[in-house]
Write a protein that binds this ligand. Structure first.
Ligand code: HSE
Length: 439
């Protein structure tokens, strides 16, 4: 006996919307066979036609709210982006008894608690595999495959645009602006890539993963976020000379009983497990107390990879697997009881520090004096003579592990010296997270 079809309404026919439309249309027979029931597109809402989608025979509307009110739609797939209208749309869909599948990380990072709670109250499910890591099934991994674990840490490269730009800067020695211009020309970066390059997109993703993995009540606005948009190519080059590559990391880990989450460019050693992740790819390391290190790698953006995750959620709703997991497990943001997360003050790390300083007697002594007074031990120090800019030379220091507030305070004091220009750059050097599992 074949079960009745799952009727889908797709809101938004951009990159992910059209990818989802085409995957559902082109793989319809195979998806129906695997799901045990057909998945049919009942309605599509889009502001304009997308020439990549043949919508012949499908109801098309320009009004997304029509889909949320359509009694023939079982699952509303929200792919419009943004978080105000999207929130309204999802609330309306749930009010009208529809399950929701979304790729919208901004929506969930800001309103997840409210939306999950409302869906649960109404006996409905929100699928959001596509919100983190595109085609990588990381949400399933955290909420299902790793369920036996206490998660100790997550280290992610979760923004493909930034990773692509950094890879170009590292491999071709380009400036950030040169890499961005080339990426925009080839269509790899959006015309307005602000949310990608300023770290916000990565922060949305780590907020979602942190809430699930640690059961923490995440305050998105309290996550320290820094992007790659101010990265200077000379730091990329100096880091390379020291054996490091720069990556935009999205990290969450325990500090004692607390959890910290942050996003910023960081140096990792060339033999770190994430160092080889290049171009537009994403990778997420999850450290479980039973598994130790597990690593998930794949395309984190693009129509077809992200559609793979969207369709998996629709099928999961059709088979009943997702509603069962959603209703019985206690991962979800509306069920979190601990937290909120803490900032960086409790963090300990090694640091890369570049100071633009005058080249005269006593300057290095005053810098090392300030570091010493803050209990910061210097691991290496190099004055890069050939990179002199006017009267100033870059002094590159790497430190041994020290507390985050100590390095911040030391830099403020170094920047206040008459012999520096006040523009000191500081980036963490992130070591591989220790595995804390017992055999
Ligand atoms: N724009 C994102 C990226 C994908 O470049 O990885 C969607 O979050």
């Amino acid at each position: 006996m074949t079960l009745k079809p799952v009727r889908v309404g797709i809101c938004g026919l951009g990159t992910v919307g059209s990818g989802t439309f085409n995957v559902l249309m082109r793989n319809a027979d195979e998806i129906a066979r695997r799901a045990g029931r057909p998945i049919v597109i009942e309605q599509v809402a889009a502001r304009r036609d997308n020439p990549d989608c043949d919508t012949t025979g499908v109801k098309v509307t320009a009004d997304i709210f029509e889909v949320a009110q359509n009694p023939d739609v079982d699952v509303l797939v929200e792919l419009i982006g943004g978080y105000d209208v999207a929130r309204e749309l999802v609330l309306m869909a749930i009010a009208n008894g529809k399950h929701v599948v979304t790729a919208n990380k901004a929506l969930l990072a800001h309103h997840g608690k409210e939306l999950f709670g409302y869906a649960r109250e109404r006996g409905l499910t929100i699928g959001f595999e596509a919100s983190c890591g595109g085609g990588i099934p990381i949400i399933r991994a955290i909420t299902d495959g790793l369920i036996a674990n206490q998660i100790d840490a997550i280290y992610g490269i979760v923004n493909g645009t930034s990773n692509f730009l950094l890879t170009e800067m590292i491999q071709k020695g380009e400036t950030y602006q040169q890499a961005l211009a080339a990426a925009q020309e080839s269509g790899l970066a959006e015309a307005d890539p602000s949310l990608d390059v300023n770290g916000t997109d990565s922060a949305h993703k780590i907020a979602i993963m942190t809430a699930l993995a640690f059961g923490t009540d995440v305050d998105f606005d309290a996550i320290p976020v820094e992007g790659i948009d101010n990265l200077d190519e000379q730091d990329v080059a100096f880091g390379r000379d020291l054996g490091y590559v720069v990556k935009l990391l999205a990290v969450a880990h325990r500090i004692g009983d607390d959890v910290t989450a942050w996003v910023r460019p960081a140096f990792i050693s060339t033999d770190h497990p994430l160092a080889w992740v290049g171009g537009p790819f994403n990778a997420i390391s999850v450290y479980g107390h039973a598994t130790g290190h597990t690593l998930y790698y794949g395309r984190g953006a693009g129509g077809s990879p992200t559609a793979s995750a969207v369709v998996a959620d629709v099928v999961g709703i059709g088979t009943g697997v997702l509603p069962a997991v959603f209703s019985s497990t206690r991962f979800w943001p509306d069920r979190n009881t601990t937290g909120p997360q803490v900032g960086l003050d409790g963090s300990v790390s090694r640091f890369y520090v570049r100071i633009m300083a005058q080249d005269r007697p006593g300057v290095l002594a005053s810098i090392s004096d300030i570091l010493g007074r803050h209990e910061i031990s210097i691991a290496s120090l190099r004055q890069n003579e050939q990179a002199r800019r006017n009267e100033l030379v870059p002094v590159v220091v790497t430190t041994h592990s020290c507390r985050e507030p100590a390095i911040r305070d030391a830099i403020a004091r170094i920047d206040a010296l008459d012999t520096t220009d006040g523009s000191t750059v500081c980036m963490p050097i992130v070591e591989e997270h220790p595995e804390e599992f017992s055999n």
